[in-house]
Design a protein around this ligand. Sequence first.
Ligand code: ADP
Length: 459
Amino acid sequence: MKSLYVKFVVITIGIMIFSGIFAFLISNTYYQQKLKPYNDQKNTKIALDIAEFTSSHPDLNLKEYLENISSIGYQIFLVDSSGKESYFGAPFRENTLSDSTKEQVINGDIFHGILNFPQETFVTGFFANELKNSIGVPLTHNEGKYALFLRPDIKLLFNEMHILFGWLLALTIIVSIVMVIVSTKYLIHPISKLTAATKSLSNGNFNVDLDIARHDELGELSHSFLRMANKLEQTDEMRKEFISNISHDIQSPLSNIKGYTNLLESESISPEEKSNYISIINGEIKRLSTLTKQLLLLASLDRDEDLMKVKQFNVGKQIKELVRNYQWQIGEKGITLGFKLPDIEITGDPSLLNTVWDNLLTNAIKYNKPNGSIEIWMEEKENSVAVTFEDTGIGLNDQEKERIFDRFYRVDSARTRLVEGTGLGLSIVAAIVKLHGGLIHVKSKENEGTIFVIELPVS
Ligand code: ADP
């Protein structure tokens, strides 16, 4: 596997090389199109000036004069009508030039070698040290006819610049490469850390340490990662706790059932004892059955939202019917119950919502005080219906109130322990209300009572 680091460095250096070549091609085109004609014109003018000066100064020593001109930065080739050739200044790398060209220039033509120098992609004509790449003008001096070919001596003119630009280019390239290597390391570092953290997470270690104090996208990513790791840890904890709770809640009725069936097997038990044991066994079986039903319901509520069978129905009527079913239990406990339940239609799953009212009503009965009371009422709001269950029971303190919707949570008080329950009822209530897009509000005071308000959207 090629690391991201290597890829990044290779790509960046690749981009640098590509842009270098691209820039060179563009500047070469610019030279060919714009600078070459200009360069040709400029040098033609210089050559013509020289020719004019020599013709108007017959006393001048031509060779000395041309020697002087060459020393200020020109390469010069002089040929006279008899074919005698002389060179001034630095030699040309290549000095082929056809005799006809020389002849034409002696006879008065101007030779535009710079302008007509063949284009080559990678060699800018500007630097080609060839006689062909020069300007030729006719020159007369003391009756003699000559051809003067001239081009700027690039080496002499630009030698220092060459070195300077060479250094500039080399340093730019070296420094850029070093910076790319260093800065890429800085950029990639958090990704390596995140990778290590992901590996540790996948091995089940949620305690990942990510000290990435950056304010860019990577900083944001590592924060989200930490939040995710935290959530996963919580979920994992909950899962473990859930399994241990289920195992315990299944194990204890099973061992009770086993204990009492063993007792039933002994021959020396009275008929009263026997019926007592059987009713205990039945109670435990009922507890197990309630637990499995609740677990199945919770699992299906967790799994999909399609399980709702929604229709329009009268909630007021539904709750009144439920109250009627519990009338004997309420009476038995000496609890008084009052309700105000007008006929209000809402859209929802009647069977799931019945489970909600059932749980709230049985809790209000189970956690009430002797001779306590329960009030149930329903109000229509702008877009919702609020159903309130108020009891004068044992109540909850703030800490307990925070946790009552957690799965398997039961308040750990002597009075709660006396009451049958699984700690799943309110988590089911919360899941169903959430599925309906509703809200739950709880108000409670220890030893005074509790109010649950379920707010459901009308449609
Ligand atoms: P349970 O099966 O124990 O009733 P629930 O999920 O319905 O489980 O309730 C969780 C816990 O919240 C209960 O064990 C009880 O301690 C507390 N609780 C629920 N309803 C009431 C209430 N009306 N008054 C006081 N405590 C309540």
